[in-house]
Design a protein around this ligand. Structure first.
Ligand code: ADP
Length: 565
């Protein structure tokens, strides 16, 4: 009754734990998804800020130049003033080599030609005008500087009216690609160990002007995380500004994109020439893929931990069930042993009382009493022997030295011991021993124990048939070795198939044996098998419930050079 209650409690605990684990897994999954989404938004925001800052810094490199020229020239562009202005700029410029050439173009003095101006003021002859469309503006408030992406160059018309002149500042692509752009990429797109993003600047069609890796610079990545049109055009009609971050709507959704000032492009400049900055998250591909991977990893780790927890609980339940079963078996063992002790002790006790009280005095009766006491004492001794042997085997007692043994001798000795057990009850013993049976390599006590346990069981479980069969013969194993086999059969209770796997377990007693109140400790077969294995042998069973059983002990025959039993 109590065991039933405990079983229910255990089942309820397992169900409750499983339910709690499932709820926990779902909650964990949801929170990891939310965390991934929040991380996504944060990264998108940070990326947008990085693009803005990159842009501002890039512009600063150019405005430093154009601003100095504007201030120094103050609307008057002569070669000397331009040269002096360049010197001023050079002193503070972060990348003085950024300007490859400065040209002064005065259409009135030489159409199609321009005068190069250097910072050191050395005069030089006119050079052909680069392929730049310079349309004169009449409005002084028009954008002063224009960016020509194909050259690349910055131009400014100095002075409006009848004598317009132009300043043409040709930018060095090499300095951009090798110094300025790598510096900016590192400053705005790197983390604790190098670049967090792949960065490339595509200046018109073809390969990138700068790329953090050659593959990324081959063509604009279709799975980019962010895009910036450096000189002002929107990258798509939908985009609010030149910045686009593709992963997610930034936190301040709906707010206008940060305002930027940029150098306008000349009217009609083809879109193909636009300069585009493209960035893509490096670790685990684009940001979306990176986040999905991170979330999957998170989930797998959680699931792994949960699986570990479930396995531990299952192991705990299995161990506690096993311990319970063992405790139960041991209790029934103690009961069984007490039971086994009770009868011989009662017989010895009453015999001793009778003798002591003088109830028996004739010599022949006294001899009978002596025989009974001796027989019961031997039974007790064999029980104690069996328990000690079992304890010794399970305690890892060393294996005794094996020697050649004649099996028929042990069979006969055991049969005569058993005859005592049957107490003269009419048992038919069918003894069939192969005449030239070779000896086996074994231990005499172990072999005797094996056979005694098998024969005792055959007697105990023989039922009303009262027949025991003992057959000894040889067989060859698949490997060709000779084995001596001993079959011990009865025509009694038989063993149901479901029990056959368990009868060799220590303390196990079949329900039919318990119900029929057949004495036993549940140790006999466990001990017999352990003894057989100690001698490199086996014990197997065949049985038909209600018709009887046959236990077969197989032992390797002693090799010819040791065959002297
Ligand atoms: P015990 O006989 O003391 O109960 P054993 O270890 O010798 O313990 O046997 C274990 C169980 O195997 C028995 O309780 C019984 O159910 C079953 N068994 C053993 N031998 C036979 C047999 N010859 N016929 C039927 N059942 C048997």
């Amino acid at each position: 009754m109590r065991r039933l209650g405990q079983g229910r409690l255990l089942t309820a605990a397992v169900v409750a734990t499983t339910a709690a684990l499932i709820v926990f897994t779902v909650l964990q999954y949801r929170s990891s998804r939310e965390a991934a989404e929040a991380t996504g938004l944060r990264l998108a925001d940070t990326l947008q800020m990085s693009l803005v800052n990159w842009h501002v810094d890039f512009e600063r490199s150019l405005t430093g130049l154009t601003g100095t020229l504007d201030v120094q020239l103050a609307g008057v562009a002569t070669p000397e003033r331009v040269s002096a202005a360049l010197r001023v700029w050079r002193r503070t410029a972060r990348y003085p080599a950024l300007v490859r050439q400065v040209l002064l173009y005065v259409p009135a003095t030489g159409a199609g030609e321009a005068v190069p101006v250097s910072a050191d003021g050395a005069p030089s002859g006119p050079v052909p005008l680069p392929p730049i469309a310079l349309a004169p503006v009449t409005d002084a408030s028009a954008d002063p500087w224009l960016f020509h992406p194909a050259i690349p160059a910055l131009t400014r018309q100095v002075g409006v009216g009848p004598d317009p002149r132009w300043l043409i500042v040709v930018i060095d692509r090499d300095v951009l690609g090798r110094a300025l752009l790598p510096d900016l990429a590192l400053r705005y797109f790197s983390g604790t160990d190098g670049l967090d993003y792949d960065v490339a600047l595509f200046a018109g069609p073809g390969r990138a002007l700068y790329a953090s890796s050659p593959e990324f610079g081959a063509s604009p990545a279709p799975d980019a995380d962010g895009l910036l049109n450096v000189f002002g055009r929107r990258s798509s009609p939908r985009a609010a500004g030149p910045y686009e971050v593709f992963l997610a709507v930034p936190l301040k959704a709906g707010a206008p994109s940060p305002t930027v000032t940029w150098y306008p492009l000349p009217a009609g400049a083809p879109e193909a020439d636009d300069w585009r900055l493209v960035v893509r998250h490096r670790r685990g591909g684009a940001l979306g893929a990176f986040l999905a991977n991170a979330q999957r990893r998170d989930l797998l780790t959680t699931l792994g931990a949960l699986l570990l927890l479930v396995t531990s609980i299952a192991l705990l339940v299995a161990a506690s069930t096993r311990a319970q079963r063992l405790a139960q078996l041991q209790m029934s063992f103690v009961t069984a042993v007490s039971h086994e002790l009770r009868t011989p002790l009662a017989v010895i006790g009453s015999a001793a009382d009778n003798i002591a009280r003088g109830v028996v005095h004739e010599a022949s009766r006294l001899a009978e009493y002596g025989q009974v006491i001796g027989q019961q004492t031997r039974q007790l001794g064999s029980l104690v022997e069996r328990i000690l042997l079992f304890a010794g085997r399970t305690g890892g007692a060393p294996r005794p030295a094996l020697r050649p043994l004649a099996v028929p001798d042990t069979i006969d000795a055991t049969l005569s011991t058993i005859a005592e057990l049957t107490g003269g009850a009419a048992f038919t013993v069918d003894r069939d021993i192969q005449p030239d049976l070779p000896p086996v390599l074994g231990d005499p006590t172990a072999l005797a124990q094996c056979l005694e346990n098998l024969l005792t069981n055959a007697v105990k479980y023989a039922g009303t048939e009262r027949w025991i069969g003992v057959r000894a013969y040889t067989e060859r194993t698949a490997a060709g070795a000779v084995e001596v086999c001993v079959d011990v059969s009865d025509r009694g209770l038989g063993i149901p198939a479901a029990e056959r796997g368990r009868i060799f377990e220590p303390f196990y007693r079949g329900p039919a044996a318990i119900a029929a109140q057949i004495h036993g400790t549940g140790l006999g077969l466990a001990l017999a098998r352990s003894m057989a294995e100690m001698m490199d042998g086996t014990i197997t069973v065949r049985s038909q419930p209600g018709q009887g059983s046959t236990f077969t002990l197989r032992l390797p025959a002693a090799p010819a050079d040791r065959a002297h039993a």
